[in-house]
Write a protein that binds this ligand. Structure first.
Ligand SMILES: [Zn+2]
Ligand SMILES: [Zn+2]
Length: 350
């Protein structure tokens, strides 16, 4: 049967699709534990001379951004890997208590802004050296490569366009040129390096022992007490505003900033986190105008794990945020938290 099953803006590909069951791709590609699912599938497509979108169409996948179990099973079969391996490395979403919740790398994520869904970023040196797309690059607050001590890039240095998963190969832009760094203008601070290293390790170390004591705002230790989503959102709330009282539109909040913009957010967030530890109560109150409070409110209400919610509540108490009363009232009305947790909040920060 001759059918048009895949097309791009540039080319239309006519293929012969046999009306038989799907078969694994002829050229098998060795997966790496370090790589993202979409990066692996792009390598598979490239090795077999087809576009990733073509592979998705062939498999009947409706969205590469958000996959459903059937998509994962089919693509895993075609690519010759286990569905479990692939399922951990692609993004999925579902409704939890009437809200969207996302899964990636075995972790739950409560904010779409924590993940890079549409606009991938890469370290060109890693691509050249290891020939894989690292899984942690799809986490928004990872803005740099600790191995090569450089910012990731999310635009092609030649044509200036944002990178996409429809590029022909992991290291080639849609414009046909290799992704190479044009320069190293940005000097990475020790905070950024430390943050990226710690968050990357945290992403991989799901089974790291979790301390049982309440989280503190010490840095960087506290990120071991909250989920990667919670850590990302806390640092974002601390560092998102560049000047006092700045307003962030909701569109701006879900928009994915460039790696250099995010690196600045991380640097400010960590520096302010340190200030909070060292300064007096009056100082903490005065610094409140520099904190993105709606981000803390959302985390307190909707954190994916209790530790995240508790950390946000503690930080709000620490900052003497007036909106904390409202958040706690809403939580009581909504039946969350469960029995015993309110007492913990009341003890926190005492
Ligand atoms: Zn690198
Ligand atoms: Zn390009």
């Amino acid at each position: 049967m001759l059918r048009l099953i895949g097309s791009t803006a540039r080319t239309r590909v006519w293929v012969i699709r046999m009306s038989v069951d799907l078969q694994p791709l002829p050229v098998a590609v060795e997966p790496s534990d370090e790589e993202s699912g979409l990066g692996f599938l792009l390598r598979c497509s490239h090795a077999n001379g087809i576009a990733l979108q073509f592979l998705a169409n062939h498999a009947g996948v409706r969205s590469l951004r958000w996959m459903v179990p059937r998509d994962i099973d089919t693509l895993a079969y075609l690519a010759g890997v286990s569905p479990n391996w692939l399922g951990q490395r692609v993004k999925t979403r579902r409704q939890v208590n009437g809200r969207r919740q996302y899964s990636y790398l075995g972790w739950e994520w409560g904010s779409i802004a924590s993940l890079r869904v549409k606009q991938p970023q890469v370290c060109p040196e890693c691509l050249a050296e290891y020939a894989i797309c690292r899984a942690e690059w799809d986490v928004a607050m990872i803005s740099a490569c600790p191995v090569h001590r450089a910012l990731l890039i999310d635009r092609c240095p030649h044509c200036g366009m944002r990178l996409t998963w429809s590029r022909p190969a992991i290291d080639v832009c849609c414009c046909g040129r290799y992704l190479r760094r044009s320069g190293r203008e940005h000097h990475l601070s020790r905070d950024e390096m430390s943050w990226c290293q710690t968050l990357s390790a945290r992403l991989k170390g799901k089974h790291l022992a979790r301390a049982v004591e309440p989280p503190t705002i010490q840095l960087p230790e506290w990120i071991f007490h909250v989920s990667p989503d919670g850590a990302s959102r806390l640092v974002h709330a601390l560092g998102a505003l560049s000047k006092p009282g700045q307003c962030l539109s909701s569109a701006k909040v879900v928009e994915i900033p460039s790696p250099s913009e995010l690196a600045e957010v991380v640097e400010r967030g960590l520096a302010r986190g340190r200030m909070l530890q060292e300064q007096s109560i009056e100082f903490r109150r005065s610094i409140r105008v520099l904190i993105y409070e709606p981000g803390l409110q959302r985390l307190a209400r909707q954190g994916v794990v209790f530790e995240d919610q508790q950390a946000a509540v503690q930080l709000m108490k620490f900052l003497d945020c007036e909106s904390l009363d409202l958040v706690e009232r809403e939580r009581r009305r909504g039946g969350r938290p469960t029995k015993g947790q309110l007492e913990l909040f009341q003890d926190a920060g005492a």
